[in-house]
Ligand binder design. Structure first.
Ligand SMILES: NC(=O)c1ccc[n+]([C@@H]2O[C@H](COP(=O)([O-])OP(=O)(O)OC[C@H]3O[C@@H](n4cnc5c(N)ncnc54)[C@H](OP(=O)(O)O)[C@@H]3O)[C@@H](O)[C@H]2O)c1
Length: 257
């Protein structure tokens, strides 16, 4: 379900890139931006998921789906060429693609480390770096981090560290790109009901446990995050820069009653 914000179409005529846009929070964000007038580019590794998502988004002519592995700079370059050819430029990037490998530190392999760093940190870095030539001055970048960068989670060492690295980019890039009036922020979702969450928390009982960790006693929806991302990307957040915004129903900062 998308929700138009009061005041109308904040993204009319804007072009938005959403990495990992075929599923979960990325898909919800794509829907939200489209509902507010944007043209949207979605990426992911799976062509099948992208095709399905593009069909479901049903906004013919305003969606471009480009299969891309964001951890590979050459593929990101190809994505940027496709954006340039179809829409000419970008106004917003939601660097959302990510993976989660959750194991005790003794069990993590070199492959786990390389894979997670490659997608969660290098993927965000290359998405932003390689898109800069088509990103208009005055644009906005939002990085998808995680509540686990704020509070330790058992078996989350590798995941949380890569997310912390990605979130940290918002602070430095807010300064680095200020000469081009590009704002850079991150969101830190709490437990959000997506494929990734259901893989990591597979039973209904365990998901209820996750819900109880929030003072609102529920897990979040992809739309909870999508609306926050749209806010940060919009002119409503014109003076918000270099921050990480928790979207977690209070998991990090409040003890449930
Ligand atoms: N769900 C939660 O509770 C939670 C909490 C905090 C933060 N997050 C973060 O939120 C983001 C979105 O996750 P989600 O929960 O919405 O789960 P999701 O549905 O699994 O979304 C992850 C997306 O990233 C894409 N992706 C993964 N590796 C990629 C790569 N190398 N190149 C391009 N795309 C790639 C996936 O598509 P392909 O597999 O087709 O590539 C998928 O569409 C992630 O960064 C995740 O770490 C999730």
């Amino acid at each position: 379900m998308t929700q138009n914000m009061p005041g109308g179409s904040r993204f009319d005529g804007k072009v938005v890139l959403v990495t990992g846009g075929a599923t979960g929070m990325g898909y919800a964000a794509a829907e939200q931006f489209l509902a507010e007038g944007a043209k949207v580019v979605i990426t992911g590794r799976s062509e099948a998921k992208l095709k399905l998502a593009a069909e479901r988004l049903t906004t013919a002519g305003r969606v471009l789906a480009v299969p891309t592995d964001v951890s590979k700079p050459a593929e990101v370059d190809r994505l940027v060429s496709a954006v340039r050819k179809r829409f000419g430029h970008l106004n917003v990037i939601f660097a959302n693609a990510g993976v989660g490998v959750f194991k005790r530190i003794e069990e993590l392999t070199e492959e786990d480390v390389d894979y997670t760093v490659d997608v969660n940190f290098k993927g965000v870095f290359y998405t932003i770096q390689r898109s800069l030539p088509v990103l208009r001055d005055g644009s906005s970048i939002v990085i998808n981090a995680s509540w686990t960068t704020h509070r330790g989670l058992a078996i989350g060492s590798l995941y949380a560290a890569t997310k912390a690295a990605a979130a940290n980019l918002a602070k430095t890039l807010a300064s680095d790109l200020s000469d081009r009036r590009i704002r850079v922020n991150s969101v830190s979702p709490g437990y959000i009901d997506t494929e990734m969450f259901r893989e990591g928390v597979p039973t209904a009982e365990a998901r209820e446990d996750s819900a109880r960790q929030s003072v609102q006693k529920r897990v979040g929806t992809p739309e909870d995050v999508a609306r926050t991302v749209a806010f940060l990307a919009s002119d409503d957040a014109a003076f918000v820069n270099g921050v990480d915004l928790l979207v977690d129903g209070g998991v990090v900062n409040s003890v449930p009653a």
